[in-house]
Ligand binder design. Structure first.
Ligand code: KG4
Ligand code: ZN
Length: 351
């Protein structure tokens, strides 16, 4: 089975070809980072225009690398949402046109499902498993029970984890994108100099919160001499990163208790999303996994951040189950994985 995947829901234009045997034949990603950097964040109109400009070339490049013709494909999968709607429309229209011209099935994939199923592409694990999805738009913990079957155990009640990293980078003068810059600075910082709050720690349930922590960082930065020197910035970043890791650890531990009680056959704790690149967070999750008897798995970094291989793979999984979509599919700015979950903040938007 050969499936072409297309991803255009945020600031990466991507195309990939994946087989039913879990091989990635091609995986091309074009980051728009440089186009958005002057604005300190993703500008939706710039993103949509850039996807439009590059998506055809990237699809052609993926087909060339995989040495496949459209006639050899079994289906065309695309992110149908959630995400920045202009970009999603570009991807969906491209995929529909290709599916129609080549006479192939069209699959509209939930971007979050792409992240959620990546561990089955990289590690062939069985359902159910526990997934921590931490990205620029999301912070959720979900029981992944099957394709299209998710139970959300917790979500952020305000900001996403990556969003908090990006804001802290801005406040400490480290620029955009913030996550990698904060991690790099934190490595040079003294983690014991400042103590920041651990949001939600010890609270009932498995929800996350980062806006209070973000405000605590703001107050801390305002109390320091400006402009912030490199050591002060590093110490603030170290304190912030430790607070995030500690808070996430508390929430994930609670989610593991719930998961084990309801899905005792599950054996894996999986992390996905851009913030999964963070080493401090990974180390925390490895520790929690070993403390609780769940095996910790993290896809390689290029498959944790936005990519089209995860969309193609979700397409493989859906095609196997006959979950093909109609060409009348309408792109969705919001599309929660667990529609029955209680509405909290902005849950269901971009991951
Ligand atoms: O999943 P992703 O590539 O894009 C979407 O949000 O869809 O995640 C991007 C987020 C950004 O907020 C970025 O700052 C954060 O992931 N990130 C990190 C690290 N690398 C990327 N956060 C913390 N530590 C990192 N090393
Ligand atoms: Zn994503």
């Amino acid at each position: 089975m050969f499936v072409l995947g297309i991803e255009t829901s945020c600031d990466e234009t991507a195309a990939a070809i994946v087989t039913g045997e879990r091989e990635i034949l091609a995986d091309v990603v074009l980051s728009q980072l440089d186009e958005h950097r002057p604005y300190g964040g993703v500008v939706p109109e710039i993103a949509a225009r850039s996807h439009l400009q590059h998506v055809d070339r990237l699809v052609a490049e993926a087909m060339r690398r995989a040495q496949k013709s459209f006639a050899e494909l079994d289906a065309i999968a695309v992110t149908g949402g959630p995400g920045l709607i202009g970009g999603v429309i570009v991807g969906v229209m491209t995929a529909k046109a290709l599916a129609l011209a080549a006479g192939k099935p069209f699959l509209a994939v939930n971007h979050l499902e792409g992240h959620a199923l990546t561990a089955r592409l990289t590690h062939a694990i069985d359902f159910p498993y526990l997934l921590l999805l931490v990205s620029g738009g999301h912070c959720q913990v979900l029981a992944v029970e099957g394709v299209g079957r998710y139970t959300r155990l917790g979500t952020t009640i305000d900001d996403a984890a990556g969003e908090a990293f990006d804001k802290v980078a801005k406040m400490t003068g480290l620029g955009y994108p913030g996550g990698p810059a904060v991690e790099k600075a934190a490595a040079l910082g003294d983690v014991s100099r400042f103590v920041l709050p651990r949001p939600m720690k010890g609270k009932p349930g498995c929800d996350f919160s980062f806006s209070g922590l973000k405000n605590a960082v703001r107050l801390l930065v305002e109390s320091l001499p400006r402009p912030l020197g490199p050591q002060d910035a590093a110490d603030v970043c170290a304190a912030f990163q430790a607070a995030v890791a500690d808070s996430v650890a508390d929430r994930v531990k609670k989610a593991i208790t719930v998961f084990k009680a309801r899905w005792p056959q599950g054996g894996h704790l999986v992390v996905a999303g851009g913030v999964a690149a963070n080493t401090a967070l990974r180390q925390t999750l490895i520790r929690i996994g070993s403390e609780t008897g769940l095996e910790f798995l993290a896809p390689p970094l290029n498959l944790c951040t936005d990519n089209a291989a995860m969309i193609a793979w979700a397409g493989v999984e859906r095609l196997r189950l006959g979950l093909v979509d109609d060409l009348s599919f309408a792109p969705r700015p919001r599309w929660p994985l667990d529609p029955d979950a209680r509405k909290v903040g902005f849950a269901g938007v971009k991951a």
